[in-house]
Design a binder for this molecule. Structure first.
Ligand SMILES: *Cc1c(COP(=O)(O)O)cnc(C)c1O
Length: 463
């Protein structure tokens, strides 16, 4: 099967997939019995599967396709770069125009105190880079005891050893005996699930102070950095209470540790600013980026580095013994440049702030009236619905946690839209080019899907 072709019947593609392909984050045995859904085309916010169904891509692929699918302009930029210089490295005193141009562009878009970027091919590699960079920084600054990195439970920072360790996904830690030594986790600002009897405002301050407690317990002289996503994505679109980031900022300002804002999802317009840190008024020392950087057209990630960190990393001299064959890959850089060019020309970031963001948020929050929904939350263009068995009782959860979510996800697919399930909450993160009409369709499908899920759960005696 050289040019993998859509002329193969779906069943044949599924059989080959089952025979030879191991899927990420999947129960491959169960999937093989069911058969994977084969996506063959995509255009704008619409996917087409091998049976010709059109499906609204409510997740922008995996939180990444900001400019929508099938943009010829990016294909052309990639094609042109492929012919001019398909590959060269940036290791041994060499550079190339696409990497240089992209670096300048990123410095222009990033907060003013961040002017340099280190490249890799994914968000996970970006966080592996972060892991080594913060430790190297403190060595260079003459404080080699500062090595511990604090992350958060239910945070997501990728799937490599360092990414998994920094993240706080227990199901991931269990596989591969992680985290590695030198990583600690504090509670997440998940008021709906963990706020107990506190108000959101009280809980925000309470849970932020866990950072202060952890630093004191470990010893400030041993802590290298704190890492967090401005809004947790994979953890379930956890939008922190309004008091959380201001209190965090107070603590971070007082303490001599680096702050890493993982912008892999929140970056590139998802919250109506170029970066989530801007949205919350944060001043990170490092920002891992990926996903929206290329809108997923080609794999690329990076770490944006503040002038402060450059003092240790660059100004003091010496090699940083770290890098990837594909750091700054010219074709990926060309894709990123074409993608950012579209985002700027079409004012997609502003659009999320002033137009489609508020438009979808209003309608999404109204889904909170549904009898199956305990909370409907959305910031920028990322949102969640908490499915609950007893409306109005925040602490009552489904007995068999996760199956309502899985059911709802499957019904959503049947109804023509990709929503993701995280336990029993439903997640969306659509492309930033979503039109008003498409937003209405998204809400209509979500609404019908909630009705269908409710009816099924009732039938099964789960409500
Ligand atoms: C997706 C994600 C990553 C990992 O990126 P990959 O490209 O999948 O390696 C890291 N951090 C956050 C916040 C993410 O959402």
């Amino acid at each position: 099967m050289s040019a993998v072709s859509n002329i193969y019947p779906t069943a044949a593609l599924q059989a080959l997939d089952a025979a030879h392909h191991i899927h990420p984050f999947s129960d491959t045995k169960a999937l093989n019995e069911e058969g994977s859904r084969i996506i063959t085309h995509a255009d704008g916010i619409w996917l087409t599967d091998s049976n010709g169904n059109r499906i609204l891509d409510g997740m922008a692929g995996l939180w990444c396709v900001q400019v929508g699918h099938g943009r010829e302009e990016i294909a052309e930029a990639v094609n042109k770069q492929m012919s001019e210089l398909s590959y060269y490295n940036t290791f041994f005193k060499t550079s190339h125009p696409p990497a240089i141009a992209l670096s300048e562009k990123l410095a222009e878009l990033a907060p003013s105190h961040m002017n340099r970027v280190f490249y890799c091919s994914s968000g996970s590699e970006a966080n592996d880079t972060v892991f080594r960079m913060v430790r190297h920084y403190w060595d260079q600054m003459g404080k080699p005891d500062k090595k511990v990195i604090i992350g958060r439970w239910n945070g997501y920072h990728g799937s490599t050893v360092a990414g998994t360790s920094l993240g706080g996904m227990k199901g991931m830690h269990e596989q591969g005996d992680l985290p590695v030594p030198g990583v600690r986790h504090i509670d997440q600002p998940y008021w709906y699930g963990e706020g107990e009897d506190m108000s959101p405002e009280e809980f925000g301050v309470h849970v932020a102070r866990k950072l202060e407690e952890a630093i004191d317990q470990i010893g400030e002289d041993k802590v290298a950095a704190f890492i967090a996503e401005p809004i947790q994505g994979a953890g379930g679109v956890i939008i922190p209470p309004e008091t959380y980031w201001p209190e965090m900022k107070r603590i971070l300002d007082e303490r001599d540790i680096l702050f890493v804002a993982d912008e892999v999802i929140c970056g590139f317009g998802r919250l109506g600013k170029w970066f989530g840190s801007e949205f919350y008024g944060l001043e990170p020392d490092l920002m891992p980026i990926a996903k929206g950087l290329t809108s997923g057209y080609l794999p690329m990630g990076g770490v944006l580095v503040s002038d402060r960190v450059c003092e240790g990393l660059i100004d003091k001299g010496g090699d940083f013994n770290h890098g990837y064959t594909y750091s700054g890959h010219p074709v990926c850089a060309a894709a990123a440049l074409a993608n950012l060019e579209i985002m700027q020309r079409e004012k997609l970031v502003e659009r999320v702030a002033d137009d489609i963001g508020p438009y979808l948020q209003n309608r999404w929050r109204a889904l909170g009236d549904h009898p199956l929904v305990g909370e409907a939350r959305m910031e920028g263009l990322m949102g969640a619905l908490e499915l609950v068995p007893k409306k109005g009782e925040r602490k009552t959860k489904f007995a068999d946690g996760g199956s309502a979510g899985t059911l709802c996800r499957d019904l959503s697919f049947q109804n023509g839209m990709v929503m993701r399930a995280v336990g029993d909450s439903m997640i969306i993160s659509p492309p930033l080019v979503l039109s008003h009409d498409e937003a209405d369709q998204l809400i209509a499908i979500a609404s019908k899907t909630l009705d269908d899920t409710y009816a099924e759960l009732k039938k099964d005696g789960k409500l």
